[in-house]
Ligand binder design. Sequence first.
Ligand SMILES: [Fe+2]
Length: 315
Amino acid sequence: MTTFLGVDHVGIGVGDADEAIDFYGRHVGFDEVLFDYSGEVPGLEAIAGRTPVARIAMVASSSATPIGPGRLKLVQVLDGAGPPGPPPGHACGEVGVCEICLHVRGVELVHDQLVAAGCRSLMEPTSADVPPAGVTLDIAYVEDPWGTKLELIEWTGLWRSLPGPARAEGVNHVAFGVTDMARTRAFYARLGFDQLLFESVEFFGPMAPWYAAPWYDPGRLPAQHMTMPMSAQGAAIEPCVLDPPGHDCRGAWGHLGPMDFGIRVGNLHSAAARLAADRVESYGAQSLDVGSGEWRYLYFAEPDGNYVQLLEARY
Ligand SMILES: [Fe+2]
């Protein structure tokens, strides 16, 4: 399965790309702008109902590691009325992208640094281990100034971070809501996510305050079923099923907050052929000149309609 190379990036809708590039560069470690493109973004017609016009900055962390390898794609929609608002009532596990998880060295310090930089704490630093293998981790959550949930994790049972100061590395995983875990697992296993890091059917108590009225009855929280299938390379995915299901939080493409993600492939042409052989509908391979090189990508129909692209990065 060498074609598929794990999650490459998570896309975040932002209101002002300059502010977001500055914030994520200065405070979250994404200090390398791989490209900064403005123009039409073809290949999204089936998802967005038009060819959006957007400014897109792909940013990488110079502290990225093998367990925190992923990038961010900052997207500022420029056409129409500008960036759509975030889906209201988004907790965690509704269909749509829920959160971006960064691998960090020193969860507590990084949490405190981000709070000092203007983020809101959503979960104080704590430690846990996850079934079935009992892998240990340190974890905390903050919300960036525009509402994106940033999970901070140090997988202490998997990887000792490289020496040096406390810092955020790159993206470790992207969480998104789905409605049928078995279907999702089978679908993504064919895209290379075939190693299971954890599976949990317990409600993660520290998330309880996120499930607020009127979207939820705080006295009757939904059950959470989460898994983390990893690919041998790249960042992981964390699909989550709520029971009873939450409302649809995909929102319009480009909405503020986390909203899509990309899976890196070695060769877009052969990866597209794999999708076609598996009868996965896709929306047309694109090649965009982004100044520093070429961004080849292809959006496709994910089982729950989450917004996902395959990409070959030549920048
Ligand atoms: Fe997560």
